[in-house]
Ligand binder design. Structure first.
Ligand code: G6P
Length: 617
């Protein structure tokens, strides 16, 4: 999983490639590389670590950088082989005539490697991509035509790929191919661009062709030809890219994550805008395409997602079952896809994804699509692969999220799920829930101000103090029950992701069935307890933890004076009903994770081993 870029035109290729790669860093950032082609000379530069290391190398090569106008580039998130310079892309064949960058995973690479080794190929790296480079080069030997070679090679490859290839004997073109990995061709005047994603090229063009799976293309300075798998030349639609060249800035915040946490009040306002006008009016969800009769016929909802989006889905389950009164299953996409799952036209499938490009979720959604289930996609990228699979597209419009740890997109997903649950209840005419829904709608309207109150300095000072105090602990437990169990899971995930502290979320009632064995005074336990049905239960679980010397931190909207002493530290959130509280509690946990990581000096926005968008299975 990685980002790829290609350029052919009159600009300095190195500048276009580096600028593009900098916008693809969310896809990986453990190494990077470019190949620059001038006539039949190809120079390859690669660097381990962040993109800035490659930039430093290119600074020492002004001659080639200033005079080269064709190139391909890559930013890597290691799948096969360590994140070393040797394993960084581009890769070449033995004769070094063919150079390749790749996003995806070649599943039969071992098999191919053995065949190619027997034919005399020698391999420098441990990557699956190098195998593809040799394979395409072998095919080139037969046809002396890069397009034909790519077509023949991709027929032998199993797995996912977006390829950009150049060949010394054909110095006027870049040949591309796509299967189950995103790839677009940006159309310019006397120049063309290739990229995994729009932000990489948006500063140069607003027109692009989205390749479909199994398509192969030849990109030249003044032309783009795309062929289907049967070698028919096809006319792909040129689409207008719905993006502005974003001036992505931290706006004075130390990290994007902190800025994005602070944007959440406005993010909520945005999601509510036009959909929740007042608490007395029905939710307006015109993008949701099922008719009232079809909604009444829904027998089951399945929510499919990964990571943080999966946690949002768990809150969605709670609220949807309660108000829309439909059973909801929430599934990790990676598990969903290797099971005989059941879905039909009376199943509503909701895919949730910040990026809309998570490979596992895309695969799951494609599987469900064949079963006639209505597909609703909740995503921050209305132009993504997943959005294109949607029957009902529900954009969350949270704005570009740069930090790898998702914060504001989670908030936007939560709010979208509240709206969808209330919408389904209203369309089904479940009048018994009306008064409760009216009250909660009012709370949603007031929520942005409460989130902003929580983000004021006076509240964050306490969180900072707690962060500093607990930053040296190696383990952390988060507990909650009911609708805040997903908050505990998400809070633990945030802490793990950016501070590398071993944090786990548990249902508080489950503590006594195993995890309690780990408790002692070296184990901080953060408990979320909101006034509501499970308040007293969580309080009892806290007593159990305290009795085992655990260091208790409470996050609550209210606490009786008599219970205060139970907690070593307390964070009080603004008054809120239990059902809306996940949207406030999570802000506390995001800040806690942020300040712990920041205190420990971690790379908050680009934590090790992670990528913002996981485009491989
Ligand atoms: C990666 C990211 C997570 C994200 C997950 C799902 O693992 O690091 O932050 O929650 O992918 O991504 P999606 O774009 O589908 O929401």
């Amino acid at each position: 999983m990685c980002g790829i870029i290609g350029y052919i035109g009159d600009k300095k290729a190195s500048e276009v490639l580096i600028s593009g790669l900098s916008h693809l860093e969310y896809r990986g950032y453990d190494s990077s590389g470019v190949a620059l082609m001038k006539g039949n000379r190809v120079e390859i530069y690669k660097a381990e670590g962040k993109l800035k290391n490659l930039v430093e190398i290119l600074k020492t090569k002004p001659d080639i950088c200033n005079s080269t106008h064709i190139g391909i580039g890559h930013i890597r998130w290691a799948t096969h082989g360590l994140p070393t310079t040797i394993n960084a892309h581009p890769h070449t064949c033995n004769c070094k005539n063919l150079t390749l960058v790749h996003n995806g995973i070649i599943e039969n690479y071992q098999e191919l490697k053995e065949e190619l080794s027997a034919l005399g190929c020698t391999f420098q790296s441990q990557t699956d991509t190098e195998v593809a480079a040799h394979l395409i080069a072998r095919e080139y030997g037969k046809t002396k035509n890069l397009l034909r070679a790519m077509q023949a090679a991709t027929k032998k490859i199993k797995g996912a790929f977006a390829f950009c290839a150049i060949h010394k004997n054909e110095p006027d073109k870049i040949v591309i191919a796509k299967r189950n990995a995103p790839l677009i061709v940006g159309i310019g005047e006397g120049e063309n661009f290739i990229a995994s994603d729009i932000p990489a090229i948006i500063e140069y063009t607003k027109k692009a062709i989205y390749l479909s799976d199994y398509q192969v293309g030849v990109v030249k300075k003044n032309s783009v030809e795309i062929y289907d798998e049967n070698d028919n030349l096809i006319k792909n639609k040129i689409e207008f890219l719905p993006f502005e060249a974003a001036t992505i800035s931290k706006l004075g915040y130390k990290h994007f994550m902190l800025k994005e946490i602070h944007e959440q009040g406005d993010v909520i306002r945005n999601v509510l805008s036009g959909k929740l006008i007042s608490n007395k009016e029905k939710i307006n969800l015109e993008n949701f395409k099922l008719t009232q009769t079809e909604i009444k016929n829904i027998k089951r909802v399945q929510i499919i997602a990964c990571g943080t989006s999966l946690h949002a889905g768990l809150v969605g389950k709670y609220i949807m079952e309660k108000f829309a009164q439909i059973p909801v299953d929430v599934e990790a996409s990676s598990e969903y896809i290797y099971r005989d799952t059941i879905a039909d036209e009376n199943t509503l499938t909701i895919g949730i994804s910040q990026s809309g490009e998570t490979a596992d979720t895309i695969t799951a959604i494609k599987q469900v699509k064949e079963k006639n289930s209505h597909i609703a996609i909740i995503t921050n990228r209305a132009d993504s692969t997943m959005a294109r699979l949607a029957d009902s597209l529900l954009p969350i419009s949270a704005g570009i999220e740069v930090s790898v740890a998702a914060t504001k997109s989670y908030m936007a997903q939560l709010i979208s799920l509240y709206l969808l649950a209330f919408y389904l209840a209203e369309q089904k005419g479940i009048t018994t829930k009306d008064s409760e829904i009216i009250k909660l709608k009012q709370e949603l309207i007031e929520l942005p101000n409460k989130v902003e109150a929580l983000l004021e300095d006076s509240s964050t000072t306490k969180i900072k103090e707690i962060a500093k105090k607990y930053s040296s602990f190696k383990d952390f437990i988060f507990i909650a029950r009911g609708i805040n169990l997903p908050t505990a899971l998400e809070g633990a995930l945030k802490l793990k992701e950016i501070s590398y502290i071993n944090a786990t979320g548990y249902g508080a009632g489950e503590l006594k069935h195993g995890p309690i064995a780990m408790l002692d005074n070296n184990m901080p336990v953060l408990a979320i307890l909101n006034t509501g049905v499970v308040y007293d239960k969580v309080l009892s679980n806290c007593e159990e933890a305290r009795a085992r010397q655990a260091r208790l931190i409470g996050v609550t909207n209210k606490i009786e004076r008599k219970d205060k002493d139970l907690f070593e530290d307390l964070i009080i959130i603004p008054s809120v009903s239990d059902l809306i509280s996940p949207a406030l509690n999570i802000v506390v946990l995001q800040l806690l994770a942020y300040y712990i990581a920041e205190y420990l000096g971690k790379d908050v926005d680009q934590p090790r081993n992670l990528a913002k968008s996981v485009t491989v299975e």
